[in-house]
Design a protein around this ligand. Sequence first.
Ligand code: DC
Length: 218
Amino acid sequence: MIITIDGPAAAGKGTLAGALAEKYKLAYFDTGMVYRAVGLQMVLSGADLQDQTKATEFAKKLTFPEMMKLSAHKDFRSDIGGQAASIVSAIPDVRSALLTMQQNFALNPVFADGTKANGAVYDGRDTGTVVCPDADLKIFITASSEVRAKRRFDEFSAKGINTTYEKVLSDMKERDERDSKRSAAPLKPADDAVIIDTSSLGIKEVLAKVCSLIDALK
Ligand code: DC
């Protein structure tokens, strides 16, 4: 079983994907990590984030273990990492260099310890439209920018990251704009995706809704 969950930043994709992975014993691929890994390598090497050749070079060389190693860096999940990921992810050659690695995950979904999973759950922006167009279930989750910025601000505060709600909101709007206006795989629901607005829904309600869709597949 392959499930895709797409949507803008802080819509609740990761929380939902994690809960589904646990309930249905699915391996989880957070596809934003591939772009964060390339973006962070650009930042660490001091490259201009618009340098398409350099970004494509990093993308072509990226391996799963290297991505996991980079994910321990303090800026991997910070706003610096998020903005860098969003910029490099708009480069078509970067996207095509990272596609096979993402698609291969569904061929033999395994957990971190190597044991076999019942399938895979992906989260990202284009997992239902490009990465896994034949997925068994496609979800597109969204929420208002204000609700998403508040969630992200609370996450940053809990981690001790010094920022303001206003800065998080303006960065998020900038990133949403770039992710949805780019020519390569812009953020949009697949034609056959189920769209869920989580602005006024808690994780339990969203999970119940998605579980009923999964259970109906069987
Ligand atoms: O989900 P995230 O915040 O970790 O994603 C970081 C950036 O990566 C996001 O701004 C857009 C890009 N991304 C993408 O273009 N396609 C994906 N499938 C996942 C993320």
